[in-house]
Design a protein around this ligand. Structure first.
Ligand SMILES: *Cc1c(COP(=O)(O)O)cnc(C)c1O
Length: 341
């Protein structure tokens, strides 16, 4: 039994999902003639009460498209210091859109309206880059799966409106937030100019993201996606996996959250752990006691067929997911409980 807790992206499609994909009706999506892609885009847009959606091969491309939609070269976006759009998209914000990032020192990857207001450059002061976009992440990835309160996002939105800034949500794991906080996706749809969501994380599809926005914005996004090489042909087979995932794997995210909390409870009692960050969803970040090294722990667990990852700076990460089943969980709790240094 190999247990991989490195990421929720490692899941493999089930037989049922593959059957559903196999039966998809397809067409050439570059000509917008793939009925399954159109159905997925409409389904996700309707969930969030937004006008339109566009299917992407990756969350990175969906975010990069959003940045390009909302900025001009030389401008600046505001994000948390842990933001995926800054750290994990290959420098795409500068490469694709020619924008710089103003990074804020947020709390577990979350920023506040006050911080945003304080980071906006005076548009009359032509020495500084023009601030044009705010990106937030929900749940936060490097921030440990933390979820925003809707009230806090509304306050950031007000700052955006008052300062003529666009507002983008990197909602790669928005599904986890919706389940953990029992929030309505339509409340998010009302706040953001664009939202990107991933189907390939907790929902368990092999690939795929959707970018949401109003009709005119998503129409413009078609050209940017094409430029980035994201125009795909008979891709309904992959969109079908997303439809299947939304229909079957959304509610079960609460199991991932429960298991992450149970692992945290065991770690909190372990002598070799110095601290465990609060667990709200399926990501758990913890730090080791001074005399224990990341690499030693990772190796010890590897010998027991459990893989976890290091985030550097003495922090380790565990992510629960669809392919992490109860029998594995029982074994992991037992193994962590017994582990000594
Ligand atoms: C996974 C993820 C993405 C998209 O990453 P891809 O590797 O392109 O799938 C974007 N934002 C966040 C916060 C993520 O965790």
């Amino acid at each position: 039994m190999e247990i991989n807790l490195i990421s929720d992206t490692i899941t493999k499609p089930t037989h049922e999902m593959l059957q559903y994909m196999f039966n998809a009706e397809v067409g050439d999506d570059v000509y917008k003639q793939d009925p399954t892609v159109i159905a997925l885009e409409a389904k996700v847009a309707a969930m969030f009460g937004m006008e339109a959606g566009l299917f992407f091969p990756s969350g990175t491309m969906a975010n990069q498209t959003a940045i390009k939609l909302h900025t001009q070269p030389g401008e600046q976006l505001i994000a948390d210091k842990y933001a995926h759009v800054y750290h994990y998209e290959g420098g795409g914000a500068s490469f694709n859109s020619g924008v710089s990032c103003c990074l804020l020192d947020g709390n577990r990857g979350m920023i506040t309206a006050e911080q945003v207001a304080g980071a906006i450059n005076d548009p009359e002061f032509y020495h500084s880059p023009l601030t044009s976009l705010v990106c937030v992440e929900n749940t936060t990835n490097k921030g440990g799966g933390a979820c925003y309160e809707l009230e806090d996002l509304k306050k950031i939105k007000e700052v955006c409106v008052a300062n003529n800034l666009k507002f983008h949500l990197d909602g790669a794991r928005i599904w986890n937030a919706l389940i953990a906080k029992k929030q309505n996706p339509k409340a998010f749809g009302q706040l953001f100019d664009t939202i990107s969501v991933c189907l390939s994380k907790g929902l368990g599809a092999p690939i795929g993201s959707v970018l949401l926005g109003d009709k005119a914005t998503i129409h413009r996004a078609l050209r940017i996606r094409k430029i980035l090489g994201g125009g795909m042909r008979q891709v309904g087979y992959l969109a079908a996996a997303g439809i299947y995932a939304l229909n079957h794997n959304l509610e079960r995210l609460k199991e991932d959250h429960r298991r992450a909390k149970e692992i945290a409870n065991v770690l909190e009692k372990a002598s070799w752990v110095s601290s465990v960050e609060p667990v709200e969803t399926n990501i758990l970040i913890f730090s080791l006691a001074a005399n224990c090294s990341d690499q030693v722990l990772i190796e010890k667990l590897k010998q027991k067929n459990i893989s976890i990852s290091s985030m550097g700076h003495g922090k380790l990460r565990i992510v629960t997911h669809l392919d992490y089943r109860e029998v594995m969980h029982t074994y992991v709790l037992e193994t962590l409980g017994k582990l000594t240094f």
